[in-house]
Design a protein around this ligand. Structure first.
Ligand SMILES: Cc1cc2nc3c(=O)[nH]c(=O)nc-3n(C[C@H](O)[C@H](O)[C@H](O)COP(=O)(O)OP(=O)(O)OC[C@H]3O[C@@H](n4cnc5c(N)ncnc54)[C@H](O)[C@@H]3O)c2cc1C
Length: 508
């Protein structure tokens, strides 16, 4: 380990994989760990360190990747070039005065957060201020940078995904150039502030919409400006239900007035999520239904006896229990485990603490995830259940996981997966390391294509994307994304890429 300069450590020839270990290990020529200075206002040292890493990579003629928590299941974060770990750049930067913002009334409602901050930590900070993110994923352990750059989302049905909360991006680009990117239609910072911080201010709606889901290909993200809302609670209800025709109708219409009885209230909830045990679709309790209602902000007292406020086991915790089982035993045991791990729960707590923080313990998760128009949700479910059956019958493969339906509004990010308004995202959370899972996903994607289901794939999950597919998925938006990338990187376009981004046609 070498100390390059204050707050910048470097190690050579480090094997790199992702958190789950499903991505084949590659040896990064250098891995940098970047820190701020010790004082709160020393965040500029973190910027200098990122700039130094960029110029090192340029001088060495190497590619450069940022890495957050490496929660992505695709190889988007690994590289055989130079890698920079941004986890220590995790501060909320209290840098603005009213005169630094175009609209001074946004002070406090838009917060500047370093890209390595974990979503859960951002939530905690905001909760203290009685403010909140509008949306997050199912867990809060990933970095805000990594979550946004891959287009991650949750199931807050009337909200756009995580990247859509970003109003400005502080990017370190070619030659260590410090760029502040924001929308021309909604300027955030003043020219004076950008100038004072030595940032080149670029106001361009398309560039912002490209940079927020860049899969790390526009440069190193130092910080993002997040738009927040007044703090609120969620009245969280998780119950067991059958996969009835009425529920299936709701899943493909989001028509909450059609009479399906939701737990805890009536009308349109804030959060709606359906997790299906694919081996118990005829059972009275084969579905975990989670519904959350928005309520006024109130932090509850700590639970007695050291209990947890978390509303219950998430999908991954269920799979932790499955990890010790032979794949052939999965179908007969999945329902029992679902029953044990998904007891009905009700919790009323701030958004910030309703969802768990960390990865499930005791096993390595894996997932693929697709987004599609809500109207096609049931058509997709039919294909999925048929392929799970066919895989057992024809390939002796029991898909070792669940099928989760979550919802959002369309993203404005050019290549964000949630292209539909509204979008349903279907996730396949399962165990890593089970032979045959990749082939299963390939067969499933083919079946969905054959059934004319119009879907996009998560950049940070198992996806088997290729340039042709990405081009047809995003069309003119991809062309704009590439043009905006070229406008930022110019002749240095080969700097911020890796084998994955080349293979999917983003950077080759
Ligand atoms: C347990 C678990 C639960 C999950 N739940 C959800 C969910 O609910 N919804 C959902 O949509 N996804 C979910 N995912 C997927 C996950 O949110 C995404 O893959 C996300 O990218 C992970 O964030 P990260 O910090 O680990 O990023 P990484 O995997 O480290 O990186 C992601 C990408 O961003 C780039 N990058 C990261 N930081 C920077 C930076 N500062 N500058 C430049 N480039 C950078 C990397 O190069 C890479 O291309 C889950 C994954 C796990 C393991």
């Amino acid at each position: 380990m070498t100390i390059v300069q204050p707050g910048l450590l470097m190690e050579r020839d480090v094997p790199i994989t992702n958190f789950s270990g499903n991505v084949p290990s590659v040896t990064a020529k250098r891995v940098y760990a970047v820190r701020n200075g010790a004082q709160q206002n020393d965040w500029r040292q973190g910027v200098k360190n990122l700039q130094r890493v960029v110029t090192d990579a340029e001088q060495a003629g190497e590619t450069l990747r940022g890495m957050g928590t490496a929660w992505s299941f695709s190889p988007c974060a690994v590289t055989d070039g130079f890698l920079v770990n941004v986890l220590a750049l995790s501060r909320v930067l209290d840098v603005w005065s009213p005169q630094d913002l175009e609209d001074p009334s946004e002070l406090g409602s838009v917060v500047l957060v370093q890209a390595g901050a974990r979503v859960g930590a951002v939530n905690d900070y905001l909760m203290q201020k009685q403010r909140s993110l509008r949306t997050m994923g199912g867990r809060g352990g990933q970095t805000i940078g990594g979550a946004a750059l891959t287009g991650s989302h949750g199931s807050q049905i009337d909200q756009r995904p995580i990247p859509d909360q970003i109003r400005g991006v502080h990017l370190i680009g070619r030659g260590g150039e410090s760029l502040w990117i924001e929308a021309a239609s909604r300027p955030l910072v003043t020219d004076g502030w950008a100038q004072k911080e030595g940032m080149k201010l670029v106001r361009d709606d398309d560039l912002l919409d490209a940079a927020v889901v860049s899969v790390g290909c526009f440069g190193l993200v130092h910080a993002v400006a997040l738009e927040t809302v007044d703090g609120f609670n969620l009245d969280f209800h998780r119950v067991r239900r059958p996969l009835s025709d009425e529920l299936r109708a709701l899943m493909r219409t989001l028509d909450f007035g059609a009479g399906y009885a939701l737990p805890g209230g009536t009308g349109r909830p804030y959060h709606f999520e359906v997790v299906i045990n694919p081996y118990a679709t005829a059972a009275p309790d084969g579905v975990s239904l989670t519904v959350c209602w928005k309520k006024p902000f109130a932090v509850p007292p700590p639970p007695p006896g050291g209990g947890s406020l978390q509303p219950g086991a998430e999908v991954g915790d269920l799979l932790a229990a499955l990890a010790g089982l032979a794949p052939g035993a999965v179908p007969t045991t999945l329902q029992l485990l679902l029953n044990q791990q998904y007891p009905p729960k009700t919790v009323d707590a701030p958004f910030a603490i309703v969802f768990p923080r960390n990865v499930p313990v005791g096993f390595k998760p894996l997932a693929a995830e697709l987004s599609l128009p809500v109207a096609q949700a049931d058509a997709a479910l039919q294909v999925i259940l048929a392929e799970i059956d066919a895989s057992r019958a024809q390939h002796q493969f029991a898909y070792p996981g669940l099928v989760s339906f979550r919802y959002s509004q369309a993203t404005r990010a050019l290549i964000g997966m949630a292209q539909f308004g509204p979008t349903v995202t279907i996730e396949f959370p399962c165990m890593a390391g089970v032979s045959g899972t990749g082939d299963f996903f390939r067969r499933l994607f083919l079946r969905l294509d054959q059934a004319n289901v119009d879907y996009r794939r998560h950049w940070g999950q198992i996806n088997f994307l290729n340039p042709g597919r990405v081009a047809s998925d995003y069309g003119a938006k991809l062309t704009t994304w590439k043009a905006k990338r070229a406008s930022v990187l110019g002749a240095s376009a080969s700097l911020f890429r890796n084998a994955y981004t080349d293979a999917v046609g983003l950077t080759a």
